[in-house]
Design a protein around this ligand. Structure first.
Ligand SMILES: *Cc1c(COP(=O)(O)O)cnc(C)c1O
Length: 225
């Protein structure tokens, strides 16, 4: 199937859910990105800063670039002028730098906190206590050039569906908690709206469990080299 056909198939599967498709374009060629753009989709996800910056320079400014991978503090400045949403905020230090670079660019950068939900040791992210600590930190309330719009998580790399389900549910439960309790909202910097969860292998499960943003690459383009 072509890129357009795969996208259409996935869009149909997601039609009954609240989940919006972010096309994960990392490692894909400019031609593949142009083919994607021709379908009308404009939300593209990249995990490496340099790759995003190079592609952004070559493609239309209608594209909304999502930073989905771990972000190093010293690289924020390269994407700050144009990034649409940063999914991977996992420290106060990173948030302070995003705020500073957003201010330099006279804009507000929307962000998600990445929450650690997997069993594996290697994944980045905050636990619940660390999240709450950041939201209650007096410094947080001063970061007028960021907006927190939700949470992101990555499930374990496993075929074991009950495990993945448990991890997605834990993210949804945490989201419902912070939303119901309006945690951080008094700062005026927080709107609990988005849950970014679900990739090629588990997006239907994620959509069922309340995802609003699914990040899909290989189910559209085939396996990465
Ligand atoms: C690569 C990547 C994806 C997409 O992975 P696929 O399995 O190709 O759909 C989603 N989220 C993040 C953070 C990624 O790095």
């Amino acid at each position: 199937m072509s890129i357009a056909q795969e996208i259409q198939r996935i869009q149909q599967e997601l039609a009954q859910s609240a989940a919006k498709l972010i096309v994960v374009t990392k490692t894909r060629s400019i031609d593949e990105l142009k083919e994607t753009l021709a379908t009308g989709l404009v939300d593209f996800g990249e995990n490496r800063v340099q790759e995003m910056v190079e592609k952004q320079a070559l493609l239309p400014s209608t594209i909304r670039w999502h930073q989905i991978g771990h972000l190093q503090t010293n690289k924020v400045k390269y994407i700050a002028p144009f990034v649409h949403l940063i999914h991977s905020v996992d420290s106060m230090k990173l948030l302070v730098e995003i705020n500073q670079q957003a201010r330099k660019n006279q804009r507000i950068i929307p962000c998600l906190f990445q929450i650690y939900i997997a069993q594996e040791e290697s994944k980045f992210g905050l636990n619940q206590d660390e999240l709450i600590d950041i939201l209650h930190d007096p410094i947080f309330a001063t970061l007028k050039h960021i907006r927190i719009v939700g949470l992101m998580g990555m499930a374990s790399f496993t075929e074991h569906i009950p495990q993945i389900k448990k991890e997605f549910q834990s993210l949804k439960t945490l989201f419902d908690h912070v939303k119901t309790e309006k945690i951080g909202e008094a700062t005026g910097l927080v709107n609990w709206e988005e849950i970014s969860m679900g990739m090629s292998g588990d997006y239907l499960l994620a959509a069922e469990l309340g995802s609003t943003l699914v990040r899909i690459g290989s189910a559209i383009f085939g396996p990465r080299a």
